[in-house]
Design a binder for this molecule. Structure first.
Ligand code: PRP
Length: 171
């Protein structure tokens, strides 16, 4: 495995995202919706860096199952519990890979008539950012292809606990 982001770099990246979000949402009390499971560490750090009035909720979806390749369909495992009608919603995603999860969730959330909807992602593929720069409103880092793990992101439910972010290298 090769380390691509140290905890220091992650702290700096999350702090920068929080500064932008805090300025944009001043006086608004947004609802942050973490996309589980992968976003659990990122959301915890982001909320503390934001240090402003906000609410937290979660939605659990899955598109990868146990493997490295997306199944191509998004399965809703647990829905949002907050009433988000007329609220300012910020979806918090760990990594935008194909963009399928986000596209599905965007439709799902917009169906609940929020006052606004924006997306914050810690990581996104360079290819997605180039092709569709508006997919993520607040982006931590654009990264090349390669299966990443750590800081909440798994491979077959392993490695989520790692404090840094690594790329799995082919055997
Ligand atoms: C991973 C990751 C993102 C999504 C990104 O979740 O955490 O949510 O895939 O991929 P996409 O852009 O191609 O849709 P996964 O479905 O593996 O569930 P998990 O968060 O529980 O690991």
């Amino acid at each position: 495995m090769k380390r691509i982001l140290s905890r220091r770099q992650l702290q700096y990246t999350v702090g920068g995202l929080a500064d932008h979000i805090r300025a944009d949402y001043a006086g608004k009390r947004p609802v942050l919706i973490g996309i589980l499971k992968g976003s659990f560490i990122f959301l915890a750090d982001l909320a503390r860096e934001l240090n402003m009035p906000l609410e937290i909720d979660f939605v659990t979806v899955s598109s990868y199952g146990q493997g490295q390749v997306s199944k191509g369909e998004v399965t809703l495992i647990q829905d949002v519990t907050a009433d988000i009608r007329d609220r300012h919603v910020l979806l918090v995603e760990d990594i935008v890979d194909s963009g399928l999860t986000l596209a599905w969730l965007r439709r799902h959330i917009l169906g609940r008539s929020p006052a606004s909807l924006a997306v914050c992602a810690l990581l996104a593929r360079e290819s997605i950012v180039t092709a569709r720069p508006d997919v993520v409103d607040y982006l931590g880092r654009a990264i090349p292809d390669g299966f990443v793990v750590g800081y909440g992101i798994d491979y077959g439910e392993d490695y989520r606990y790692l404090p840094d972010i690594w790329v799995l290298e082919e055997e």
